[in-house]
Design a protein around this ligand. Structure first.
Ligand SMILES: *Cc1c(COP(=O)(O)O)cnc(C)c1O
Length: 389
């Protein structure tokens, strides 16, 4: 079977997943080993599990295929993957980031890599002119997160990739909120795609992981060397768990997309909700870009499972969350179970209030990670809680 030309959901189950040779086991073994026997000096497929492990290779091949890259490099967390990207830089270099990136990305630059004379610039990447103006001769990487958390702002990957090519910069896209099912940045011109596999790819809120994908063999080689040298590698069992999750990525994402779109339309009906941020609503300020760049493998617009709503005050937000039964108050996202989070006191608590308000992360803002439960139950859960406000 030529697996490479098969469709997305077939590849997610079969690439890197040939039945094991010894016993024909269809579910692949977890190679729990630190080292490997060598037949001769220097003759081996694998020598040491920091450098490589068959369970990890299986996962890397699989995700690479889904993102349409030539290879992938797995890490022990999303932050370890981001850290490996920064290791591509030298002191004195500049790196441009989407202004409202994931909090951990801001923290690692501001508190750790700043000490190594690497200069982050925080830029509104939804505005192409601003990106172009921010680039200097020292800029080596542009790191875009789209959609952003929790405001769901969307940057045009294709147009930013043109600017990067003209200026010899590497374009990295944090694709965590979309998963490869909803958005494939390499096909839009990105050089590296990054995921926290903890979220949609893992999908069951039971594993921490990260991965980088590229179709540029020079970049792959450098990142592979960083992975091996720095050593923030995932355990074979974590790789196995993430691979197991990928097999159901298509069915899960279809359901997340459908549930969130329907729920966002329903939320529109309540006057207690001051604003709704969901890229699938025509009222969303970046709806047009979302519609053309966030596509499922069949080419249909896919808007994801994340919705933010503004309830006007901390008091309302707290009461709303207390009234929910199915949505669980917790950080993280992308699992089969619906979660709710209050960014101002949770994910964005370290950001000063004035800046939070400027970003739109008000005290009344609540973020929903819409799971794959029955949409009727989810709608009822929200309705009951909103009516109690
Ligand atoms: C969670 C997350 C990360 C960090 O990943 P970890 O697996 O928690 O280290 C990075 N970017 C985004 C968008 C995330 O949601």
């Amino acid at each position: 079977m030529n697996k490479k030309n098969k469709k997305f959901s077939t590849r997610s189950i079969h690439i890197g997943q040939e039945p094991e040779k010894l016993y024909g086991s269809v579910s692949l073994p977890v190679y729990l080993t630190s080292t490997f026997k060598q037949e001769e000096f220097g003759e081996y497929l694998y020598d040491y599990s920091r450098a490589g492990n068959p369970t990890r290779t299986n996962l890397e091949k699989n995700i690479a295929s889904l993102e349409q890259g030539s290879d992938a490099i797995a890490f022990s967390s999303g932050m370890a993957a981001i850290s490996a990207i920064i290791h591509l830089l030298s002191s004195g270099d500049e790196i441009i980031f989407t202004k409202n990136v994931y909090g951990g990305t801001f923290r690692i630059m501001d508190k750790i890599y700043r000490n190594f004379d690497i200069h982050p610039k925080w830029v509104d990447t939804t505005d192409i002119d601003t990106v172009e103006k921010a680039i200097t001769k020292k800029t080596k990487i542009v790191f875009v997160e789209t959609p952003t958390n929790p405001m769901m702002e969307i940057s045009d990957i294709n147009r930013i990739s043109e600017i990067c090519k003209n200026n010899n910069c590497i374009l990295v896209v944090d694709n965590t909120f979309m998963s490869p099912y909803n958005q494939r940045p390499i096909t839009l011109g990105a050089d590296i795609v990054m995921h926290s596999t903890t979220k949609y790819i893992g999908g069951h809120s039971d594993v921490i992981g990260g991965i980088l994908i590229s179709n540029d063999n020079q970049i792959i080689e450098k990142l592979r060397f960083i992975q091996m040298s720095v050593g923030a590698v995932p355990s074979p069992f974590d790789c196995w768990l993430v691979q197991r999750s990928l097999k159901t990525l298509s069915v899960r994402m279809k359901s997340h997309n459908k549930n969130a779109l329907e729920l966002s339309k329903n939320l529109n009906l309540y006057e207690q909700i001051h604003s709704i941020y969901y890229p699938g609503l025509e009222s969303h300020k970046n709806f047009e870009i979302a519609k053309k760049q966030q596509l499922d493998p069949k080419g249909k617009p896919a808007y994801g499972g994340m919705i933010s709503i503004d309830l006007g005050s901390m008091k309302n937000a707290r009461k709303f969350v207390k009234g929910l039964e199915i949505f669980t108050l917790a950080e993280s996202l992308g699992g089969v179970e619906s979660l709710v989070c209050h960014p101002a006191t949770m994910t964005h608590a370290s950001i000063p209030k004035e800046i939070r308000d400027e970003l739109g992360v008000t005290d009344g803002l609540v973020r929903l990670s819409v799971g794959i439960e029955s949409i009727d139950d989810l709608k009822n859960d929200i309705e009951k809680s909103i009516k109690g406000l």
